[in-house]
Design a protein around this ligand. Structure first.
Ligand code: ATP
Ligand code: MG
Length: 1048
């Protein structure tokens, strides 16, 4: 907050700025004259001014009126930082300043949406123009602006140097004195940005073009052109740089002024021309006119022998011819002759020397005066509100700035001073009407009792000057129009006759002895509200008439110079109606100005010059007292203090301060007066400090208001917090509502979708069930559309179930029961699965195990369900050999040579005749078997020769190897081999496999017949017993008792 940013003072203690300001208010005099102890004392008033002036405090308030002293030196109080300091700050919060007034006016315009005007008054050199420039600068810098408005701000500011060049001059009192009155409107749009401007000029002091008092100069532009103009330009205009060359510039004998740099100003003006949209061409023809006036001034006349006047200087005429584009001889003729129209007849009469001189001067004044008016019009075009803004109605409010000549009392006062002082009378009247009288009236209408303040109402003087038929202006006009001989003195006499008894009018003749001594005979004195002024009537008639000879007008109408053609319209020549006299014109323009100002809310800047010598720091008490008097400051102060320093409409007061009272915050719903009353009671206002009118509250002293303002400032953070809280709450609620709405939308979409899915699922399920039941009904039919789903499902279910319950090994015979439609497929699958398992099993077994299995399979094929001991042998593995390598005699091995022993086992060989048991080793090679008795091979049995192998069906270990019987010799020799082996299954299996005689193995359920020799047969009989016994039986049979085996 701006307010707090400035809070911390040097000691670091936090104090409110307003408190500082209040203290400061009391430090150097008082910042507001309303706070003066003795507000009736002029001395106290002046003393306060003096004390503040000494400290360079040039601004002081009288309530809302700003009193400004000219410091005559640059002060460091106009920077941008200063502007920022005053922006948006209440009037009383901070030390008085022209920026505070500007800002206050601007804010009043924005908040109340009412046009404002700032009236700047004061005598010549008091600082009015400077003040108006500061105000403009403040608006140009601080107001919001768009792109085009940036340039508008520039234009507003740049219009000043141009107007000052053409309308200001060095006078005895002011080096840059405005010789015209200026009222400027700045138009703002509804956002407070400046969008346009308009200037009205009042009564340019044209006489200065042809004559200047000693020590004064002509308008700046002449000197600027001569001093700063480029060589080429000077040459084109046929000019000489020396101002002394020109009659119109030598009168004051003051070509140069130390405080003015004409050269630099020329550059500024040239630059300003481009900013305010002057074309190169327009500047050229404008300068043509300025140069022409100098040439015109140098036009000299001579008197012929017979009294006729002629022009003696050709050169200026030639220059005029060239620069203004007029006919030289016509101009010469017009300057020396007058054209008169009487009874529709034109008559030319020659002018005498003086008449010719004044015709020339009149032409110079008219040309300059009208050109100045054109210049203002042209600037107005550049400042005009842009069409689109105007159309949109956005250019809403206006702040008017009136910088008009102050009250003037010279040594010799003429028609101009008369007009200027009349203007000041009118402004004073306005001031009275707007402040003093309206103040009283306001109290009355509000029903507030107060002690009336006596003030001088200058209406009587205004009437003296402007009253119809009776006033000085009317008399002057009549005198100008009156036929017959007339002169300024006759005008004075008419005045004496008509106004002789008026208390504010005195002439030499009417005056008492004392006054008569200090008055001339050709003077009249007016007792203005500000003081007495003597006016010399010399030139009054001419200046009022301000007429230009008709033939001179005609010449000007025909000029080729575009500006002049615009300034001297042709219609004017044919217009029979007499134009209004100068004073009447001025009077009417003042009436209009008054209307403009009355329609606006006024603010006042009262400028005071501290001394006549333009010196900084010099306080000329007499001069200042005089100004305080004629500015009506004491009366202004008396009214302020007698009444109330501050007043506001109830609603405005309540609106501003309602946060200070809980009953009125945030809104007061009852009658406004009650609200204000509640509020001030809460603020503990004492009864003498305020009064409640019918619609306004009046606060007597500013101090009361300061305290209230202080309290408001202190309260602001709290209000801000409340507003922030409400705003944030509102924002968050809106956000929450938005999110909630979005959530509901999403939810409803999501729920809808879910419900739709569920419905679809249910519908699907119902269809499915329906199809299932239908399928079930038609399940025995052929595959058709009615049962396809059911059958497919049953099939699929079976296959799924099957996939989970497939037999894990070949021994597992479980297999799910297939539905009828899949029985065939099921069988296929079962077979395939079995094959698959077998293949997998086969692939997985080791070679040794495979060998084992081959042997076991062969054993099963041979013995299963035939021999008693077979089941016992199944779990016992067949060994590769029953003999260790070292158990076989080496000699035997050597005898066998390359035939490797594949299997060896101990056996018992029974002799064929006596069945005598003999231990032997039976060795199997790949092609034959041998019976070995320790180191000796007893018998070699060729596998090819082996006829068969017989074993019993019991659990004995008897084996008979049937040898071939074709070979008689062998048969005679050996016969079949009868053996007993503990590993009968193993041995027989291996032997059968190796000899490839598995089919030749005979498992005999009864006796075994074997060949003994030479065709003789032996028999082996088998019985069951408790243990194995092999004995020779009675009939020569071998009797074998096989042990019983419990197979269960
Ligand atoms: N605030 C100021 N700061 C510094 N100098 C100032 C200030 N005001 C005025 N002056 C000086 O005083 C001179 C005269 O001021 P200014 O031209 O504003 O007077 P004025 O009231 O307009 O007079 P006039 O009626 O003759 O036009 C300025 O040229 C300037 O030097
Ligand atoms: Mg001025």
């Amino acid at each position: 907050m701006r307010y707090q940013a400035r809070e911390v003072d040097i000691d670091g203690r936090v104090r409110l700025v307003m408190e500082n300001a209040l203290t400061a208010r009391d430090r150097v005099g008082v910042q507001d004259f309303v706070l003066l102890e003795n507000y009736n004392s002029e001395a106290a008033f002046i003393e306060n001014l003096r004390r503040r002036f000494r400290e360079n405090l040039i601004y002081t308030y009288i309530g809302s009126v700003l009193v400004s002293m000219n410091p005559y030196k640059e002060l460091e109080i106009y920077s941008k930082a200063q502007m920022e300091r005053y922006r948006g700050v209440s009037f009383y919060e901070i030390s008085p300043h022209i920026y505070a007034l500007s800002d206050n006016t601007y804010r009043a315009m924005r908040t109340e949406r009412k046009d404002q005007c700032i009236l700047i008054s004061g005598e010549s050199g008091a600082g009015k123009t400077e003040a108006s420039k500061k105000i403009l600068l403040y608006y140009a810098v601080t107001c919001p602006a768009k792109d085009h408005m940036d340039t508008l701000g520039d234009r507003l500011l740049q219009s000043n140097p141009v107007l000052e060049a053409f309308g200001n001059a060095k006078t005895f009192r002011n080096d840059n004195s405005s010789r015209f009155g200026k009222y400027m409107d700045v138009q703002f749009d509804f956002k407070g940005a400046p969008v346009g401007g308009h200037i009205v000029n009042y009564l340019l002091e044209k006489s200065r073009v042809v004559h200047q008092n000693h020590g004064e100069r002509n308008f700046h532009v002449f000197y600027q052109l001569l001093e700063g103009g480029e060589d080429e330009l000077i040459k084109r205009l046929n000019l000489d740089r020396n101002p002394q060359t020109y009659n119109y510039l030598v009168k004051g004998n003051c070509p140069r002024v130390s405080s003015i740099s004409d050269k630099n100003n020329w550059k500024t003006v040239k630059n300003a021309f481009s900013v305010i949209d002057f074309t190169e061409d327009e500047v050229q023809i404008l300068l043509d006119i300025i140069a022409s006036i100098l040439h015109l001034g140098n036009t000299q006349f001579g008197e012929g022998e017979d009294g006729e006047t002629h022009i003696t200087t050709e050169e200026p005429i030639m220059s005029l011819e060239k620069l203004l584009g007029v006919d030289g001889s016509a101009l010469k003729e017009a300057l020396t002759h007058r054209k008169l129209t009487a009874k529709d007849e034109e008559m030319i009469s020659p002018l005498n020397f003086e008449q010719a001189m004044s015709a020339r001067d009149a032409l110079a004044k008219a040309v300059y005066g009208r050109t100045f008016t054109w210049l203002v019009e042209k600037i107005n075009q550049s400042l005009a509100v842009k069409e689109e803004i105007y159309q949109s109605g956005k250019a809403s409010t206006v702040i008017g700035l009136l910088d008009i000549y102050g009250f003037e009392v010279l040594q010799n006062n003429s028609f101009e001073q008369f007009c200027i002082n009349y203007c000041n009378e009118k402004l004073q009247q306005l001031f009275i009407e707007l402040t003093l009288r309206s103040e009283q009236e306001e109290y009355e209408t509000e029903g507030i009792t107060w002690e009336p303040v006596t003030y001088f109402d200058n209406k009587i003087i205004c009437d003296l000057i402007e009253e119809k038929h009776k006033g000085i202006i009317s008399i002057l006009d009549e005198e100008c129009l009156r036929p017959g001989e007339r002169c300024d003195i006759s005008f004075l006499e008419t005045l004496e006759d008509s106004l002789g008894c008026h208390p504010h009018f005195v002439t030499h003749k009417l005056a008492n002895g004392k006054t008569r001594r200090i008055m001339n005979r050709d003077e009249f004195r007016l007792l203005h509200y500000a003081g007495e002024v003597n006016y010399n009537v010399d030139g009054f008639l001419d200046k009022n008439n301000d007429s230009l000879n008709r033939n001179l007008k005609e010449v000007m109408c025909q000029s080729e110079n575009k500006i002049l053609r615009h300034c001297f319209p042709r219609e004017e020549i044919f217009d029979q109606k007499r134009p209004e006299m100068a004073a009447t014109q001025f009077k009417n323009s003042l009436m209009k100005l008054k209307e403009i100002l009355m329609s606006k809310e006024p603010s006042y800047v009262r400028c005071i010059k501290p001394n006549d010598c333009k010196q900084p720091g010099k306080f000329d008490e007499v001069l200042i007292r005089h100004q305080v008097k004629y500015l009506g400051l004491m009366e202004n102060l008396r009214v302020r203090r007698a009444g109330f320093a501050y007043r506001r409409r109830f609603e405005a007061f309540l609106q501003r301060y309602k946060p200070l009272c809980p009953e009125t915050w945030p809104n007061w719903h009852g009658p406004l007066a009650d609200g204000v009353s509640t509020l001030v009671n809460h603020l503990s206002y004492k009864p003498e400090e305020y009064k409640l009118g019918r619609s306004k509250i009046f606060i007597r002293l500013p101090k009361t208001l300061f305290n209230t303002e202080d309290a408001l400032e202190a309260k602001k953070p709290e209000i801000v917090l409340t507003l922030q809280t409400s705003w944030r709450g509102y924002r968050e609620r809106a956000k929450y509502k938005r999110i909630r709405h979005a959530v509901i939308v999403i939810q409803s979409f999501w729920r809808g979708m879910k419900a739709r899915r569920r419905a679809a699922r249910r519908r699907g399920a119902a269809n499915l069930i329906r199809r299932f039941i239908k399928g079930f009904i038609y399940r025995h039919n052929d595959y058709c559309s009615e049962n396809e789903y059911f059958i497919d499902h049953v099939r699929r279910s079976f296959l799924m179930k099957l996939s989970k319950h497939l037999p894990k090994n070949v021994l597992d015979k479980n297999w799910p029961t297939p539905p009828p439609s899949l029985e065939e497929a099921s069988e296929h699958l079962q077979r395939l699965h079995l094959c698959n398992m077998v293949t997998k099993y086969c692939r997985s077994i080791q070679p040794e195990w495979k060998k084992q299995m081959t042997q076991k399979v062969a054993a099963s094929e041979i013995f299963m369900d035939r021999k008693d001991s077979y089941p016992m042998s199944v779990p016992r593995l067949f060994l590769d050999s029953r003999l260790e390598r070292e158990q076989i005699n080496l000699k035997v091995v050597q005898t066998l040579g390359t035939d490797k022993v594949q299997y060896g086992v101990n056996v018992v060989k029974y002799d064929r005749r006596g069945f005598k048991p003999r231990p032997r080793q039976l060795l199997l090679t790949n092609t034959f078997a041998v019976l070995v008795d320790r180191t000796k091979i007893k018998q070699k049995i060729d596998y090819n020769a082996l006829r068969g192998i017989s074993v019993s069906a019991l659990s004995d270990g008897m084996i008979v190897l049937h040898m071939p019987n074709e070979d008689k010799r062998q048969k005679a020799k050996k016969g079949d081999v009868v053996l007993h082996c503990s590993h009968v299954m193993e041995l027989v299996t291996k032997l059968a496999l190796m000899s490839n005689k598995t089919s030749c193995v005979n498992v005999s359920p009864g006796s075994i017949t074997f060949v003994i020799a030479r065709g003789r047969e032996g028999f082996i009989d088998f019985t069951r017993g408790s243990e194995l016994r092999v004995v020779k039986g009675k009939r020569g049979h071998l009797l074998v008792t096989a042990p019983n085996i419990n197979n269960t």
